[in-house]
Unconditional design. Structure first.
Length: 222
């Protein structure tokens, strides 16, 4: 029991118990107030952290590069430099000797190449089958600078396109559709987007609307 200060009237046992209860209650209230304050601080910090994370995710989504978009089919627009050919469509086994580099059509493997980005050369015979389905095959010289390659990728749609290196190209970048082809010197050429707008998912291919997935992958699929 606490000793009362000198000169203070001595408390009775009942009064002392009441004083002790009051002291304990006051201490409990102080501790409870401290706990509530700490909870508020913790909740506030958690909300700030959640808002920061959400903000980062939103910023990442907004700032992330988006695939370019094009309208399926073409309008018959004439694009300077585009060559057209007259290759027939037929399924064959084995290697094919194509008249164009890269091929733009002709005999091809019965299984198409899955569209996407490849870091190694892909089989001509499978890629040509993808052209038959309306895909565009974008090939580049293996020595193309990384910055140029990134600029080229930024112009490509997310589907129905094959991007791959190709040895012995007639120009640094070549875009091929079914029986159509465009050669350009760099990724800044405005005709790249024009070619894709005209020939991507063209309805003038032998098998318009056929899948560009569910076929085979080649080595180097990114």
């Amino acid at each position: 029991m606490p000793t009362p200060p000198a000169g203070s009237p001595r408390l009775s046992a009942k009064q002392q118990r009441a004083a002790d209860r009051e002291a304990k209650l006051a201490e409990f209230r102080r501790q409870e107030a401290r706990r509530k304050r700490n909870r508020r601080i913790a909740i506030g910090s958690g909300i700030v952290a959640i808002v920061a994370v959400v903000g980062l995710l939103v910023a990442a989504f907004v700032l992330a590069p988006k695939p370019a978009t094009y309208s399926a089919g073409g309008s018959g627009a004439e694009i300077d430099g585009v060559e057209t050919f007259d290759n027939a469509s037929a399924h064959v086994q084995g290697a094919v000797d194509y008249p164009q580099t890269p091929p733009t059509g002709g005999e091809h493997n019965p299984v198409w190449l899955n569209c996407g980005v490849y870091t190694e050369p892909v089989p001509n015979e499978n890629a040509v089958h993808s052209l038959e389905h309306g895909a565009v095959w974008v090939t580049y010289d293996p020595s193309l600078a990384d910055a140029e390659l990134e600029a080229l990728r930024a112009k490509l749609p997310s589907t129905y396109v094959i991007l791959s290196p190709f040895d012995g190209l007639p120009s640094p970048i070549v875009l091929s559709g079914w029986n159509t082809q465009l050669q350009v010197d760099d990724a800044d050429d405005a005709r790249i987007a024009e070619f894709l707008e005209e020939y991507w998912k063209s309805d003038l291919v032998p098998e318009p609307g056929a899948l560009c997935t569910g076929g085979v992958d080649a080595p180097g699929r990114a």
